[in-house]
Design a protein around this ligand. Structure first.
Ligand code: NAP
Length: 314
């Protein structure tokens, strides 16, 4: 008899149907069902669930659940919901996601590096004026978070001639990347930074990591890109630094409240680019293959893939 693997999600119905279709195709030996189609008597039979923004109350009904496979990379909401449970959380690690994010990082670093925003503003005013050109080898791009996404982005920036620094919990030995750790390391890195890229998970330790004080360490005229989570940066403090000119421009893809409320001053700030959380989406094709491979390996070897460290929160 087939084992049941529920897909638990609060996504729109059309998205859920698409996930179900592809998961059923790639996991023919399992019975993939959405939570609402489970019978109460099924609950205790389930040891693994696949989730995409699930309702935690539904997940908690599965009393014998050993692990949750997320189809997303960022798992801060799952960590918060299951911090006192013994269930393991496995997040998505997908080379295709790393590629997409590093492409977004390179694109927006080049946007800032080649002053595209400045020229757009000039065109609106019919102004013909050159900005100084500084080559990539004279610029330092620093990445906060040197994990899957940060290290892939570092490699792409190096390929394009930038000097790259990175900040992480543990010291890194990545070719051509200057590694920084700790509070002092963060300060020393920010002091040299022309463009700061944020790719760190949201945890208790990283909430408002970038605040008035830490942002003031940045080199005058530096720019910032946030592709991680909104609450890593204190937006009010960022605006103060943008208004004073200490920070030149901010490219923001993530916000504490999404969609960004219409009343937010960020929409209209002349030195802010607002993006609707598009830097890197889960690719359903590659992600479903990885998720299904994890479940097949679990059935075969009874081995749960590397799970989130619930104390660290990532
Ligand atoms: P990851 O592989 O877990 O890497 C996390 C990095 O952050 C690691 O280098 C880690 O240091 C560092 N770190 C974590 N907490 C730290 C702390 N307190 N102090 C110093 N360094 C710390 O994560 P990832 O796959 O690269 O993903 C990063 C985040 O990107 C996700 O959590 C998610 O929020 C976000 N994301 C956003 C989008 C989007 O569309 N905007 C898409 C996907 C993901 P160590 O290496 O030393 O452990």
């Amino acid at each position: 008899m087939k084992s049941i693997v529920p897909f638990i999600s609060m996504l729109p119905k059309a998205d859920i149907d698409q996930w179900l279709k592809i998961l059923k195709k790639k996991l023919p030996k399992e019975r993939i069902v959405k939570f609402s189609n489970l019978k109460k008597s099924d609950y205790k039979k389930i040891d693994v669930a696949i989730v995409a923004n699930p309702n935690p109350t539904e997940v908690k009904k599965l009393v014998n659940l050993k692990w949750i496979q997320s189809v997303w990379v960022g798992v801060e909401k799952l960590v918060e919901s299951f911090k006192s449970e013994r269930v393991k959380i496995v997040r998505l690690v997908d080379p295709e996601m790393n590629r997409t994010m590093s492409e977004a990082v390179l694109s927006w670093v080049l946007y800032l590096h080649r002053d595209m925003h400045f020229y757009q503003v000039q065109q609106n005013k019919r102004v013909w004026k050159e900005a100084d050109y500084i080559k990539p080898s004279k610029k330092i791009v620093s990445i906060i978070g040197l994990g899957e996404l940060g290290s892939a982005s570092a490699a792409k920036l190096i390929e394009n001639g930038f000097n790259v620094c990175g900040w992480s919990r543990g010291k890194k030995n990545i070719r051509k990347v200057k590694s920084f750790t700790g509070e002092l390391g963060l300060k020393n890195m920010l002091k040299q930074t022309d463009i700061l890229v944020c790719l760190i998970p949201l945890t208790k330790k990283t909430k408002y990591l970038l605040n008035y004080k830490t942002l003031s360490y940045l080199k005058k005229g530096a720019s910032i890109i946030n592709f991680a989570r909104g609450a890593i940066i204190n937006a009010k403090d960022l605006v103060k630094h943008l208004n004073s000119g200490r920070i030149k421009h901010a490219v923001l893809d993530v916000f504490e409240q999404e969609p960004l409320p219409k009343t937010s001053i960020l929409w209209k700030h002349k030195n802010v680019t607002v993006l609707p959380h598009i830097s890197a989406h889960t690719d359903m094709d590659t992600a479903s293959s990885i998720v299904c491979k994890n479940i097949k390996m679990y059935r075969l070897k009874n081995r749960i893939p590397k799970s989130v460290d619930m104390v660290r929160g990532y």
